[in-house]
Design a protein around this ligand. Sequence first.
Ligand SMILES: O=C(O)c1ccc[n+]([C@@H]2O[C@H](COP(=O)([O-])O)[C@@H](O)[C@H]2O)c1
Ligand SMILES: Cc1cc2nc[nH]c2cc1C
Length: 334
Amino acid sequence: MTFSDLASFELLLKQAPGPDEAAKEAAQERNAQLTKPAGSLGRLEEIGVWYASWRGEGRPRITHPQVAIFAGNHGITARGVSAFPVEVTVQMVANFEHGGAAINQLARNAGAVMSVHPIELERPTADFTQAPAMSEAECVAALKVGWEAVDPQSDLLVVGEMGIGNTTSAAALANALFGGAASDWVGRGTGVDDAGLKIKEEVCAAGVALHAGKAPLESLAALGGREVAAMAGAIARARHLRIPVVLDGFICCAAAAVLEKTVSGALDHCLAGHVSAEAAHGAVLAELGKEPLVAMGLRLGEGSGAGLAIPLVKAAVECLSGMATFAEAGVSIT
Ligand SMILES: O=C(O)c1ccc[n+]([C@@H]2O[C@H](COP(=O)([O-])O)[C@@H](O)[C@H]2O)c1
Ligand SMILES: Cc1cc2nc[nH]c2cc1C
């Protein structure tokens, strides 16, 4: 299964499998018999049943979580939209590869295997206030990096990103997808001051105006970045492989939103891992109808919020599949 242009990628999105209703019913039935008052594990119960429905098993386990980190560089960094220099992208890729980043610790903490995918860092995207950030072919190539990064053997996926300037790209994408004003979607990213925030707003508004009226996947090419497209590709592939996904912060969710806006329900196999401190992340989650698992004020990206949430998803599945039923434990119901 593959794609060669945005139209064939869209077709794949439309052909994606849905949840397994028999597995869902089996998990619900099992959940109802476990040694606890009905509903007393709260959202853990919902998450366990949701996970079972995507895996097609009434009593699943999570043994092979995967964290895939994508990196890209952005032409709009020349406009002064970040608190950090563009070289930090490649430097952080080296840090990921050497195990020194926050996500390395969070992935290990979660028992996840981590892969790092720098995408043509030496060739930044075009400044989207002047031209589309990527051609269709460049966007398709980046979608494919994500598509191919997913290990078919994994049973939970986190996608994360690294890309100086990408909160501006994500803000423009969210603005194009959801409407409103640039000021609704820009935030401080790595920590820009008020002057930087104003530049971000202008850059976002100019990009959205230049590329107005495009379909969501075309907006991804016009306003996104290579790491943004790769995350979208990975999330779409995970759906085909029935691998549930934990979404990360603002940039990850902007990438995911492209899929949802292309095909409604395209993110039904995804949970929101956390709500980032980036100003508009909550609004993106609200648009996607996702309730975050964790709200701890993170605004790092690189998959960190989702990595932090993996153990919660594991906990839900362990309870569903590992607990004894009332009958097995000899615990009285009445
Ligand atoms: O995930 C988030 O919500 C998030 C919020 C703020 C910043 N980031 C990270 O910071 C970088 C982008 O910030 P900036 O200021 O360069 O646009 C990029 O590498 C992201 O991983 C990520
Ligand atoms: C140091 C640093 C680490 C990051 N990790 C993800 N985005 C980042 C941005 C910066 C600046």
